[in-house]
Write a protein that binds this ligand. Structure first.
Ligand code: CDP
Length: 206
């Protein structure tokens, strides 16, 4: 079974996807990490993440070690990930890995284009959203918990800029698949979002 979970930044896709994967005993892939690792590699060599040649070369030479790095989250990594993600060569280089990951035993994958491009025939598609304010509050708490010294206003501005770039790019823009089920988690905590998602999955797969 393939479960595709898409949505804007900090909507709680990762937490939700991890819990669904554990409950259904499926492998889980956080596809945002792939773009984050590519962005990091480009920054490491001093190149511009918006440069198609540099970013595509980094995507083609990605290794599992890159995905295990501990510096893939936070301001510069977030921005670089979003920049490399708009480059078609980068997306093409990462496509096969994502499809292969899910094909053997099924999987839960979260990202922006899982239900539209990577697995258009996924068994279940969830589009997880929340208001910009709710997402900014959650990401702000997460960053403070990690020891990052950022203001709520700065986090909200970053999320808004990234959503805008992700939704308006030509290559695999952030959009809900026509057959995706919408999950607005603005008023829910992680437990409520998980319960609602499991109910939708059961209804769709019974
Ligand atoms: O955790 P958060 O929602 O902030 O971001 P993420 O899911 O780790 O994704 C980081 C960036 O990678 C996003 O802003 C997108 O530009 C890009 N991305 C994408 O284009 N396609 C995916 N399937 C996953 C992430």
């Amino acid at each position: 079974m393939i479960i595709a979970i898409d949505g804007p930044a900090a909507a709680g896709k990762g937490t939700l996807a991890r819990r669904i994967a554990a409950a259904l005993n499926l492998p889980y892939l956080d596809t945002g990490l792939l773009y984050r690792a590519v962005g990091r590699r480009v920054l490491d060599v001093g190149a511009d993440p918006a440069n198609p040649e540099a970013a595509t070369a980094a995507a083609k030479s990605l290794t599992p070690t890159d995905l295990a790095r501990t510096d893939l989250r936070g301001g510069p990594a977030d921005k670089a990930a979003s920049q490399v993600a708009s480059i078609p060569g980068v997306r093409a280089a990462l496509l096969e890995f994502q499809r292969h990951f899910g094909t053997a035993n099924g999987a839960v994958l979260d990202g922006r284009d899982i239900g539209t491009i990577i697995f258009p025939d996924a068994d279940v598609k969830l589009f997880v959203t929340a208001s910009l304010q709710a997402r900014a509050r959650r990401r702000h708490a997460e960053l403070l918990g990690r020891g990052d010294d950022v203001t709520l206003e700065a986090v909200q501005a970053d999320l808004a800029a990234r959503d805008e770039a992700d939704a308006n790019r030509k290559a695999a823009p952030l959009v809900a698949a026509a057959d995706a089920m919408l999950l607005d988690t603005t008023a829910w905590d992680a437990d409520a979002a998980f319960a609602q998602a499991m109910a939708l999955i059961k209804a769709r797969t019974k």
